[in-house]
Write a protein that binds this ligand. Structure first.
Ligand SMILES: Nc1ncnc2c1ncn2[C@@H]1O[C@H](COP(=O)(O)OP(=O)(O)OP(=O)(O)O)[C@@H](O)[C@H]1O
Ligand SMILES: [Mg+2]
Length: 252
């Protein structure tokens, strides 16, 4: 049985007067990939950012409802958002490595956290790059600037950077949409490996990708969660007409 790691309960999110999420309740389980799909503007990124409080950084945002993680509502007063974002890491659409070496990118979070043992840091950097399926490509040039890598390589370094700080949950917002098919394939295979250890939530516009890699799929429309179910069910026999229309390409 997969353990429930994160859940949201009747979450509403407003940007000023605009209601971007209209009461979303949903659970996420470990060792699973959950895909969030739906047309542009339906609230996928907003919902993803809600989970590790990245929306806090946007002025004028109001949130009601609960996001449960580790036995608490992450919106409770006293939540340390820096700690929260270590446990619930995030990867963005555009690879965003820091403008320094590959090694330093991955070691960054460890050094910030005060780790000084060089051997230990070396070990974690290597392990993280291996898990991110990029070790073989970069092991001989760890001191080179990460910005000199291809987009697909940069994205895997960004994933290694998240893995180095040992998260429980990894949020990915269209992580392959800026990449070529070969790089995307590498990331998809990596995610299938990573789910053995993590809870993975991925926003994707690519329905083939969602059906290839995810265990569960959630369909969003206009700030509502229309349907969430086993991926196979969503793509072969959805309950709701809106889902059927979307997956068969009738809109979006
Ligand atoms: N910072 C913001 N301020 C105001 N409105 C916003 C902000 N970010 C998003 N919105 C609005 O909230 C709604 C949901 O946006 P969101 O980015 O979550 O959609 P999405 O499903 O991720 O779309 P896409 O597939 O294009 O990335 C949209 O109507 C958008 O215009
Ligand atoms: Mg988005």
């Amino acid at each position: 049985m997969n353990e429930q790691i994160v859940s949201t309960e009747n979450v509403h999110l407003y940007y000023g007067d605009f209601e971007a999420l209209k009461g979303i309740s949903m659970e996420f389980y470990d060792n699973q990939i959950t895909a969030l799909i739906g047309p542009s503007g339906c609230g996928k990124s907003t919902y993803l950012r809600l989970i590790n409080r990245m929306n806090d950084l946007i002025p004028g945002v109001k949130i009601t409802g609960k996001v449960n993680y580790d036995g608490k509502n992450v919106y409770d007063e006293g939540t340390d958002t820096v700690e929260l974002r270590k446990k619930i890491g995030m990867v963005f659409q555009q690879p965003n490595p820091f403008p320094f070496s590959i090694y330093e990118n991955v070691a960054y979070g460890l050094k910030i956290a005060g780790m000084k043992d060089k051997n230990k840091i070396d070990e974690i950097v290597e392990r993280s790059l291996r898990k991110a399926a990029i070790w073989n490509e970069v092991k001989d040039k760890l001191d080179e600037n990460a910005l000199a890598l291809s987009g697909g390589q940069q994205q895997r370094v960004c994933i290694a950077r998240v893995l180095a700080i040992e998260p429980d949950v990894i949020l990915l917002d269209e992580p392959t949409s800026a990449l070529d098919p070969i790089s995307s394939g590498k990331i998809e295979r990596m995610l299938e490996e990573l789910k053995k250890e993590y809870t993975i939530i991925i926003v994707t516009h690519n329905m083939q990708q969602a059906s290839r890699i995810s265990d569960r799929t959630a369909f969003f429309l206009d700030g509502n969660l229309i349907e969430v179910d086993d991926t196979r069910k969503i793509f072969t026999n959805p309950e709701k007409k809106e889902t059927e229309d979307y997956i068969s390409g009738r809109f979006g």
